[in-house]
Each structure stands twice: as structure tokens, then as C-alpha cells.
Design a protein around this ligand. Structure first.
Ligand code: FES
Length: 155
């Protein structure tokens, strides 16, 4: 078994060699939207690998492509559904963000203050920054955002 450590919560889970990082997230009860069903086509399983990134399989071309479109990407970013565990003692940090998948879901937050940035689930664009009160006028500015996920092509 291999260990995956969650920096923010200081919890650790054990996974089998060749398991996906996504399996570690799900076994630690991390709520992952998995909009694309785990095919490397969205932003919702994005994690930062803060220790032993070489203990994961190399990035797939699909993962590189998806990460290249995301605004919150860092040098240690990975998509948890694409990275498989091949070594031990991996540490992850979870992005401090919240994804919404529809305009109506955004509208339901009017009047609330964001604790974390609210991001588009496909490209990770920041729709509303952290610590902002979500106003109706902010919604007006966002009403043309495309939440049509039919463009996701899963093989
Ligand atoms: S679940 Fe969509 S990229 Fe991983």
C-alpha cells in the first residue's frame, strides 16, 4: 500500500499501487464534482502535489491540455483522475475553491459572502473571488457564461 497525505486536514489514506489520486480523494470523503466522469476533461479534480510528485505517473496529453486551460494552475498541479500512484508518501493540497455547474446554482448564492473563489468547472475561471458578497448585479455580468457541458467529448 502507498500513503497519500492531505496537507490541509493532516489526514492520510492508503491506496494500492496504480490507484488514481482520485481514489485517495474519494476514500478521504473529499467531495469531487467529477463533471467529466474522470476523463481529464474538466477542472473539478484539480489538486496540488506538495511532496513527491515523482511518485505519480507522468501527465497524459489530455491532462496537460486541460491544465493549460485553467487559470488556477501551478507547477505542481495535477488532475487527480489522471495521476496514478506509483510511489509512497505523496502529499496533496486541495485548491481552496468551489465549483458551480449552472447559472441557477450561482443565482442561489445571491446575498451570500463567498468563503472561497467560485470557479467554472470546466476551465477553472474565477467567476466570483473569495470574500465577496454575491450581488444580483454580479449575476448580470455573468449571465452569458456558457455552462453547456455538451462539448465534453468522452471517448
Ligand atoms: S474528473 Fe474531470 S478532469 Fe478529473
Amino acid at each position: 500500500m502507498k500513503s497519500v497525505y492531505f496537507r490541509d486536514t493532516q489526514e492520510e489514506v492508503s491506496v494500492h499501487p496504480q490507484d488514481r489520486l482520485l481514489d485517495a480523494l474519494l476514500s478521504n470523503d473529499v467531495d469531487v464534482m467529477m463533471l467529466c466522469g474522470g476523463h481529464g476533461l474538466c477542472a473539478t479534480c484539480h489538486v496540488y502535489v506538495t511532496r513527491n510528485p515523482h511518485c505519480l505517473t507522468p501527465m497524459t496529453e489530455q491532462e496537460k491540455k486541460t491544465l493549460s486551460l485553467m487559470s488556477s494552475v501551478q507547477a505542481n498541479s495535477r488532475l487527480a483522475c489522471q495521476a496514478r500512484v506509483v510511489g509512497d508518501d505523496i502529499e496533496l493540497a486541495l485548491p481552496d475553491e468551489l465549483y458551480v455547474k449552472s447559472f441557477s446554482e450561482l443565482e442561489s448564492l445571491i446575498g451570500k459572502r463567498t468563503k472561497a473563489p467560485i470557479l467554472h468547472p470546466l476551465n477553472g475561471d474565477v467567476l466570483i473571488p473569495a470574500n465577496k458578497i454575491i450581488t444580483r448585479s454580479a449575476m448580470t455580468a455573468l449571465q452569458d457564461i456558457d455552462f453547456n457541458f455538451s462539448d465534453i467529448q468522452v471517448d
